[in-house]
Design a protein around this ligand. Structure first.
Ligand code: DP6
Length: 323
């Protein structure tokens, strides 16, 4: 058994969204999803077995975290400790590398990095798809951060087959731009939001039907490198996910007035001939899929329209690494 390990994982943005669990205990999702890993935003995490401490300790961005936050991490660490029959406390130190005010600190890169570090320190050395079945139970979207490029999280129907698989390395002139609209902590977490939607939204059954078709279509478009189709499917799928929330009880939305202005601007820029397509997650920020070769020109147009908001370009990111 090694004494310490360190890993780095990038965040990912779903083009076909995960929005709802059929098993909240095991984090089995209601539908399969597909994402793009981003180079610009990542987490580095180190883990160390430490017999000098009584219980696990979790440091995030140089600050010791509360009992509650640490317990969440401990439960995740237990998944690995149980496998090797170990109860030794672990010191976890994690740092998020997200440009200031991007509002993109994500549980995806966090649990992917922590899972990869645990995979190494425990000597379990699982392949990434098997590791994703552990990482999933920290945060669903983290499964997809283990690989670079386009990644599918196949929903499966049990713990062992709900896992991530790489689809394409996305090395064909692709980038993503983030327009940070509001970087304050969100009021409804994605976990709560998706649960409320599954339980109460009348629109939910048709979301599942249409996400299933969108996934099939986008995989075909990725296969033929049809960027326009990838973009159009991404844009429609994201909006359909946001639509399910308007059908929930009580209805809710993550969109803010400025988010809508950004969406309108992206449509306008597209009308001028630039290939760009928006998507949004459980927050007001807007992510824009575009050609890497056109990213700077689009960024300039967006900065001009929204001079007070960070507009950040990210290239396609690679998979998790031990460092
Ligand atoms: C809107 O992965 O954060 O970003 O599994 O409960 O931790 P938990 O949820 P999380 O949800 C992500 C939701 C989303 C869409 C997506 O990334 O697929």
């Amino acid at each position: 058994m090694k004494q310490s390990a360190k890993a780095k994982a990038h965040t990912n943005i779903a083009l076909i969204k995960y929005w709802g669990k059929k098993d909240p205990e095991l984090f089995l999702p209601m539908n399969s999803s597909l994402s793009l890993t981003l180079d610009e935003f990542y987490t580095e995490t180190s883990v160390e077995f430490n017999t000098d401490i009584e219980k696990d300790c979790f440091i995030l961005n140089h600050e010791e975290q509360s009992e509650k936050e640490t317990q969440k991490i401990s439960r995740f660490l237990d998944l690995f400790r149980q496998e090797i029959g170990c109860t030794t406390p672990i010191h976890v130190s994690s740092q998020n590398f997200v440009p200031t005010a991007a509002g993109l600190a994500s549980s995806a890169s966090a649990f992917a990095a922590l899972g990869a570090a645990m995979n190494s320190i425990t000597g379990m050395n699982m392949d990434l798809s098997t590791l994703s079945t552990y990482v999933r139970r920290g945060s669903g979207s983290a499964t997809r951060s283990l690989y670079g490029g386009f990644v599918e999280w196949q929903m499966g129907d049990c713990n062992e087959n709900s896992l991530a698989v790489p689809v394409d390395d996305a090395s064909w002139d692709i980038a993503m731009i983030t327009v940070a609209v509001n970087t304050k902590q969100k009021t409804i977490s994605s976990r709560e939001g998706m649960q409320l939607t599954v339980e109460t939204s009348n629109f939910y059954p048709s979301w599942i039907e249409s996400a299933t078709k969108d996934l099939k279509d986008i995989k075909q478009a990725i296969h033929t490198k049809d960027f326009e189709q990838v973009g159009l499917i991404t844009e429609a799928n994201g909006m359909k996910m946001h639509g399910t929330m308007l059908g929930a009880l009580p209805p809710f939305t993550y969109m803010e007035p400025l988010s809508l202005e950004v969406l309108a601007k992206v449509r306008e820029i597209r009308g001028q001939g630039w290939q760009c397509y928006f998507t949004m997650d459980a927050g007001p920020n807007v992510k824009i899929l575009c050609r890497q070769s056109e990213a700077e020109a689009i960024q300039t147009l967006l900065k001009k329209a929204f001079p007070n908001n960070p507009v950040i370009i990210s290239k396609v990111g690679g998979g998790v690494e031990l460092i």
